[in-house]
Design a protein around this ligand. Structure first.
Ligand code: GLC
Length: 432
């Protein structure tokens, strides 16, 4: 598949209809596939953005999306990054490679925890419909957040680590390059990739990266998915500004939900997590980059370039004046050199690649959360720019998985659920 632009521009009303149709087309019972073929199961954060999209026209269905995701929650609290339920020959690595030992079958790592924030949004849309459902889901959200705070930090640390690039949701970001090069892929079982049969290989991770992704899966499987051990001793553990800031925001939203429910013990527990928020931000701050950056727990190295998640500090409720001036300057520089914001990686860095997955392309879900945080802190101009860019790329190219920040063309999978959802919930002029 080539990268795409729409041949005939659709009107905004047609795009609204098209977006609803895409969510419906990708529905599979009570959950939604990111897109058919390339991603034939339920993905964690995809589903939560999809729930936001559904909440624009079917709030009941939005709650169901959240509930089905938690069918894949482990006893130890982890909400898995993929809930498989069944195998599918068009996807690799499927349940027989992960061997999660769960029912329904899942992958063995997690994904950025946007759920509590989305649940708060759904609840506030209609507290009457939401209260009963919130009561059911709340303990599950608590257990998942607790899992992150216990299993994905090393004692004394506060920033949340990912132990597989897939856990970050930003699979092949240059943020992981160095740590991944320290993973020795020798001895992995033979395998055949399926992703490159669906999408142009120049838009996907390389085979060298894939070998290491699989090595990390094999390692986790061999530990019997002992998550604490994987974080402590495994071949890959990198503190991620994306997951750290998303969880921090989700903790704040969960605290508000605890108050709604009068759940004092939970509120107290969440407050103890948030007590370490600034410490986590301090750990991730790179004075050299003028931005928050991933940091390898094994070597202490910081990432060498700026990823779009660096700007999630506002969304997380972190504002430290002496740093914000620099962070804003970094953001302005990146916005200036990008026709379409926000490139997932700094366009002025040698590792930037406008087409390859998380090494440059624009992802509208990141745009949405970054802009939401910026707007909350009064950076209206930047937030608007990002929102209008999102509107323009979707208008110009349709509902692709991600977009080239230079020419705006769509790339990766088409008919993409989260792009449709973000259009409906935030980018469409209907939401003005
Ligand atoms: C890719 C993305 C990840 C997403 C998944 C399904 O793996 O990197 O963030 O959840 O596709 O869309």
């Amino acid at each position: 598949m080539k990268s795409q632009s729409l041949e005939k521009p659709f009107s905004d009303v047609e795009l609204d209809q098209r977006a609803i149709a895409i969510l419906r087309e990708n529905e599979w019972g009570g959950y939604t596939l990111p897109t058919r073929g390339l991603y034939p199961f339920q993905w964690n954060w995809d589903s939560m953005f999809v729930a936001l999209g559904f909440s624009e026209f079917d709030l009941e269905r939005a709650w169901t999306e959240v509930e089905t995701l938690f069918q894949g929650q482990w006893q130890n609290g982890m909400a898995a990054h993929i809930v498989f339920r069944r195998d599918d020959p068009s996807y690799f690595p499927g349940p027989s490679i992960w061997v999660s030992g769960q029912n329904p079958s899942t992958s063995g790592c997690s994904q950025p925890p946007v759920a509590a924030t989305v649940v708060r949004d759904l609840y506030e849309k209609d507290p009457e419909i939401g209260l009963a459902r919130l009561k059911e889901i709340f303990p599950r959200l608590m257990a998942w957040h607790r899992w992150f705070h216990m299993m994905r930090v090393i004692s004394g640390g506060a920033a949340i680590a990912v132990t597989h690039p897939w856990e970050s949701g930003r699979d092949n970001s240059p943020d992981w390059d160095r740590a991944l090069s320290n993973v020795d892929p020798s001895g992995i079982a033979d395998y055949t990739r399926k992703d490159t049969g669906h999408v142009d290989p120049s838009m996907r991770p390389t085979n060298e990266e894939y070998d290491r992704y699989l090595k990390l899966v094999e390692y986790g499987r061999e530990t019997g998915w002992d998550h604490a051990r994987i974080t402590r001793e495994g071949p890959f553990a990198v503190a991620d500004p994306g997951v750290t800031f998303i969880l921090m925001r989700a903790d704040r939203d969960l605290l508000e939900l605890a108050k709604v429910l009068g759940a004092q013990d939970s509120a107290h527990e969440i407050t103890t997590w948030l007590y370490h928020a600034e410490e986590a931000a301090d750990y991730l701050w790179s004075e050299r980059l003028g931005a928050y950056a991933a940091r390898d727990l094994r070597t202490d190295d910081s990432a060498t370039g700026v990823s779009s998640v660096a700007f999630l500090s506002y969304y997380a409720g972190i504002s430290i004046p002496r740093r914000d001036a620099r962070l804003q300057a970094t953001l302005r520089r990146i916005l200036e050199v990008s026709k379409y914001s926000i490139p997932s990686f700094d366009p002025e860095h040698s590792r930037f690649d406008s087409k390859r997955y998380w090494r440059g392309p624009v992802w509208v879900i990141i745009n949405y959360i970054v802009a939401r945080g910026l707007a909350e802190y009064g950076f209206e101009r930047e937030a608007n720019r990002i929102r209008l860019d999102t509107r323009e790329i979707i208008r110009g190219s349709g509902f692709y998985e991600y977009f080239d920040p230079i020419c705006g063309s769509g790339a990766g999978g088409g008919h993409f659920a989260w792009t449709a959802a973000i259009w409906l919930a935030w980018a469409s002029p209907m939401t003005d």
